[in-house]
Design a protein around this ligand. Structure first.
Ligand SMILES: CC(C)(COP(=O)(O)OP(=O)(O)OC[C@H]1O[C@@H](n2cnc3c(N)ncnc32)[C@H](O)[C@@H]1OP(=O)(O)O)[C@@H](O)C(=O)NCCC(=O)NCCS
Length: 180
């Protein structure tokens, strides 16, 4: 999966991204709504390895996002198969982890629009979901901006987060392929 948006390139991970993505995943603000929170270099490297394997298996994936203007690694984003903790049978989820320096410049929207376009026209998917902890308002807003709708009766407890943790209640958003 490789494509360009006006300001960004979405492309497979390269070894040189590992250090930069590890720095993003070592930022407490970036990882504020994640359990586990901060990731070590080895943990980020494992995330990249998993994403490379998933891309090879499904054709779409969570890929590197590079800024055209200066080649900076903005973060990771894309489409991937939902984890087993997500109830229901959904073909793909959309997600992003962007470095703090790149927030609030419309990059998540730009990535999301490109991914949804590819989901419908290139991958022929019938729907795309997104999910996050209920208190992750930036992520929720990014999904709403892209046209995903909150499916209240699909909200769930993420069983990978300990009971009682404020990150455990999750919201699920969905968008169907236009015309379906
Ligand atoms: C969530 C995240 C991807 C948003 O990326 P972004 O590039 O800043 O988002 P955009 O600039 O495209 O903005 C999309 C919408 O979200 C809103 N938004 C972005 N950050 C926000 C914030 N901190 N608080 C409230 N709204 C926010 C924007 O205002 C915009 O909505 P609007 O058009 O109605 O104003 C980014 O903050 C991030 O990577 N966070 C850390 C990782 C994470 O939580 N990922 C999601 C996990 S599911």
């Amino acid at each position: 999966m490789r494509f360009e948006t006006p300001r960004l390139i979405l492309r497979p991970w390269e070894d040189s991204d590992r250090v930069d993505f590890a720095a993003i995943n070592a930022d407490p603000e970036v990882r504020r709504y994640y359990h586990p929170s901060l990731l070590s270099f080895a943990e980020t490297s494992a995330v990249i390895d998993d994403a490379i394997a998933a891309l090879a298996e499904c054709g779409f994936g969570f890929v590197a996002v590079e800024r055209k203007a200066d080649g900076a690694l903005v973060g990771g984003g894309g489409l991937s198969r939902p984890g087993p903790e997500v109830p229901g049978d959904h073909p793909a989820e959309i997600g992003w982890i962007l470095g703090r320096a790149f927030w609030r410049q419309g990059y998540a929207t730009e990535i999301g629009q490109a991914c949804l376009g590819a989901a419908w026209s290139r991958f022929g998917l019938p729907e795309v979901i997104g999910y996050t902890s209920a208190i992750n308002l930036p992520s929720r807003r990014a999904m709403e901006r892209l046209g995903l709708a909150h499916v209240r009766d699909s909200d769930f407890e993420d069983v990978t987060v300990p009971p009682g943790d404020e990150l455990r209640p999750h919201v699920l958003y969905r968008i169907a392929r236009p015309g379906l």
